[in-house]
Design a protein around this ligand. Structure first.
Ligand code: ADP
Length: 369
């Protein structure tokens, strides 16, 4: 439960500060005031308000600048601007900059109480959302810890023992026994791989990769991905054809996970394609974005499945029919691409093939305008 809400009022008119304080007195709030922008900003730091009223017209640093700095230091603080009728247009400007509402002067005590109430409701919503998000993150982290300690480690031990046992017994067991042991080995290897995929999908490191973002060459991402997809493709006599409209701008991101996303798309294309077909990987630049597409001429995706294919654990009819896979590949792709402020979409026609398109903001545009 939160203790008293903190409200800060920044206004150069003493009478406004006094009357606002008086109106809220007796309520369950802690109130602080500041007579100019500079003072107000230092109060924000020490008082840590939930709600800040900012007069737009003050001598010294302007209300708009105060707003900007508050939102810069803590975007969760709810701000309301106080303004004279003459400056409604700047109130609109303030709202565009993230102020929650505005209160024209002069205002009645009831109007002030009402807007305070609404501002605090908004703040409560913001805090609840943050708490929920944190809770979800904790659940993910706990689940990852449980999966890795309670499942992965014992399974790893079983796998190792089985491996040794098969090696030790290979001369003494019958062919049939050996085949059964080998089957156990391969089933356990599948399980270990599944757990790795789960961990990858839920691990928080996708979020933390943001800290190490750097300029990444899309050409290099594509060539690394193609290198990794090719061995699978060769087994189905599938040709992987890259086609890049160079020069391409780099993107800001993490090369490893971007490559992983593209490998996932490429491996899916192989998995859902017919023997002897072609997979096209194209890249071009369009409207400040680098656009990468992976097209196959495989089984395609029914229209009714398309909205769900990027969901966790979703497997379409063709996915269920195919061996392996946990329905997480595309979910991981989406998470990776969204962490890069990009988007991923799919188009498909049943029986004809599918195209997956990744759009990432270009980091340094090659065009000079
Ligand atoms: P899976 O492990 O089942 O492949 P994904 O998350 O990678 O899981 O994909 C989700 C579903 O989307 C798959 O089960 C499959 O039905 C469909 N899908 C993905 N890629 C393709 C593709 N290139 N062609 C046809 N269907 C696809």
């Amino acid at each position: 439960m939160k203790d008293k809400y903190r409200i800060l009022i920044i206004d150069d008119e003493e009478v406004v500060l006094d009357s606002c304080t008086e109106i809220l007195e007796g309520g369950d709030y802690q109130i602080a005031t500041a007579a100019d922008g500079t003072l107000g900003l230092s109060r924000v730091q020490e008082f840590q308000p939930d709600l800040v009223f900012v007069d737009l017209k003050m001598p010294g640093i302007s209300g708009l600048e105060v707003l900007e700095q508050i939102h810069g230091s803590d975007p969760t603080i709810v701000t309301i601007v106080i303004t004279g009728y003459a400056t409604v247009s700047s109130a609109v400007e303030a709202m565009k900059q993230g102020a929650y509402d505005f209160l024209p002067k002069p205002f009645t005590p009831d109007e002030f109480r009402l807007i305070t109430h609404r501002g605090l409701e908004k703040r409560k919503l913001v805090l609840d959302t943050i708490a929920l998000r944190r809770e979800k993150e904790l659940l993910r982290e706990n689940f990852a810890a449980i999966v890795s300690h309670e499942l992965k480690s014992p399974l790893g031990a079983v796998q190792q023992n089985l491996f040794n046992l098969v090696a030790e017994l290979s001369d003494t067991v019958t062919e049939d026994q050996l085949r059964r042991l080998e089957r156990m080995k391969s089933r356990i290897a599948d399980l270990v791989e599944l757990i790795h995929t789960w961990l990858r999908a839920i691990s928080v490191d996708i979020e933390t990769i943001k800290e190490n973002f750097e300029s990444v060459s899309v050409t290099s991402v594509i060539s690394k991905a193609v290198e990794s997809i090719e061995p699978h493709a060769v087994r189905k006599a599938i040709e992987v054809v890259p086609s890049l409209e160079e020069p391409l701008s780099p993107v800001l991101g993490d090369e490893g996970t971007l490559t992983e996303a593209l490998i996932n798309l490429g491996n899916n294309a192989v998995k859902y394609s017919h023997m002897g077909s072609k997979i096209l990987i194209k890249a071009k630049e369009e409207d400040g974005h680098v656009v990468i597409s992976v097209s196959d001429t495989g089984v395609g995706i029914p229209e009714e499945e398309l909205p769900y294919i990027f969901d966790d654990f979703y497997r379409g009819k063709s996915g269920q029919a195919a061996a392996g896979g946990a329905g997480l590949g595309l979910a991981i792709c989406r998470r990776i691409i969204e962490t890069h402020d990009g988007s991923i979409t799919a188009k498909s026609e049943l029986g004809k093939g599918s195209t997956f398109v990744i759009r990432l903001p270009a980091y340094e545009s090659n065009t000079n305008h």
